[in-house]
Design a protein around this ligand. Structure first.
Ligand code: PHE
Length: 378
């Protein structure tokens, strides 16, 4: 086999030998193929354009004080991804159903927060981390198992808040909100915003920022005041800090009018040629949309069935031709057996699909669902 070496943030990985025989490995080839593509580092790609626009904001407001990282290896330890940011041992995000494990101690990062602790330990006090993140998930126009996040962290020293008369946590929270409201205005112009209290294991208090855009409240990012324990472990006992994490696709879909998250991965010129370096918010003009084709399948589920596992099979067979997987019927019979009916929408954004092609995909999906999920087709 051709061994193509991948250089991920200075870490050399042979495409064929990341412990793929480990029984705990749940990373399919389709996901593996995304490693190293780094859409966020392409200046003419909507994700790169958005990243650069956010960098511009921080450079202007903070006089280039923020260190930027956009080439850190997405393969990280369980410790970095979860333990170091205080994700509890029983948190769902740690499950094999939600996260891609390379082996029992190594994951594809599910958030850029995976780099917080390490960068704090190294002494960074102002930083932005951009990167591809990986989550097992459902299939629809806004969910894709690989997407991109940007993390921001700012550490304060005591003299910064002591003169303000506020305590450190309040000071950091109010600075954080000011900073992110400014960012939202930089990206979206004069928009209505609101703050929602929420929970993250790594921040307290924690907030979500929502903006009112095109007649809807849109969640833009998660953030909060960094848990003191994280700072303590990195030798910063006397400091306070804030952190935020935002999803680039979600913002880019709105800013550029991109209707389907799969388009970010398209190399079709009719997509790629529409974006220009440095131009945020050029509206995407859809090229002719080909019709979707729907196929239904019903089966009796078992105790270990999950929708994420089903979606992984569908993506494995159909790749980006799978547009949506939707549960359309669900009932339990007198014997206590539960049946699910899923509707799969197949559509290419580039060409029209033939009946033959779709039937073949659907037969493969049915076959694999039966074999790999041990369910009984109806
Ligand atoms: N890591 C969080 C997520 O992926 C976002 C976040 C980052 C929230 C930093 C708070 C602070 O949803």
């Amino acid at each position: 086999p051709v061994v193509s070496a991948l250089d991920l943030g200075g870490v050399k990985i042979a495409k064929d030998d990341v412990v793929r025989d480990d029984p705990t490995n749940n990373v399919p080839d389709t996901i593996y193929a995304k490693l190293g593509l780094q859409l966020h580092r392409r200046d003419q790609h909507p994700l790169g354009i958005l990243k650069n626009a956010i960098f511009d904001y921080f450079d202007t407001i903070y006089a280039n004080k923020f260190d930027k990282f956009d080439n850190l290896c997405p393969i990280v330890s369980v410790k970095a991804n979860f333990d170091d940011v205080l994700v509890p041992p029983d948190h769902v995000s740690r499950s094999y159903n939600d996260t891609y494990y390379v082996d029992s101690q190594t994951v594809l990062r599910c958030h850029t927060s995976a780099h917080q602790a390490e960068l704090l330990r190294k002494g960074h006090t102002h930083f932005l981390v951009t990167g591809d993140v990986y989550r097992r998930d459902s299939i629809d126009s806004t969910h894709y198992p690989v997407f991109h996040q940007m993390e921001g962290v700012r550490v304060f020293s005591p003299d910064e808040w002591e003169t303000s008369g506020l305590d450190g946590t309040l000071y950091a929270a109010s600075d954080l909100k000011k900073c992110l409201e400014g960012l939202a205005r930089h990206l979206f112009g004069a928009v209505e915003m609101r703050w929602i209290d929420t929970y993250f294991p790594f921040t307290d208090p924690s907030f979500e920022l929502e903006i009112y855009f095109q007649e809807k409240w849109l969640e833009v990012l998660g953030c909060g005041v960094t848990e003191q324990e994280i700072l303590r472990r990195s030798g910063k006992t006397d400091n306070v800090a804030w952190a935020f994490g935002l999803g680039l696709e979600r913002l880019a879909m709105v800013l550029f009018d991109i209707p389907d998250i799969r388009l970010f991965w398209s190399s079709d010129e009719r997509f790629t040629s529409q974006f220009v370096k440095g131009q945020l918010g050029v509206k995407f003009k859809p090229f002719s949309k080909f019709p979707p084709c729907y196929k239904d399948m019903s089966f009796w589920i078992n105790d270990s069935f999950t929708e994420n596992n089903l979606c992984e099979i569908v993506r494995g067979v159909a790749g980006d031709l799978a547009e949506e997987v939707q549960l359309i019927d669900n009932f339990t019979n007198k014997k206590g057996m539960t049946s699910h009916c899923y509707r799969i929408a197949y559509r290419s954004m580039e060409r029209s699909l033939t009946d033959e092609e779709i039937n073949e995909l659907q037969w493969n999906v049915r076959d694999q669902v039966e074999k790999k999920l041990n369910v009984v087709l109806r």
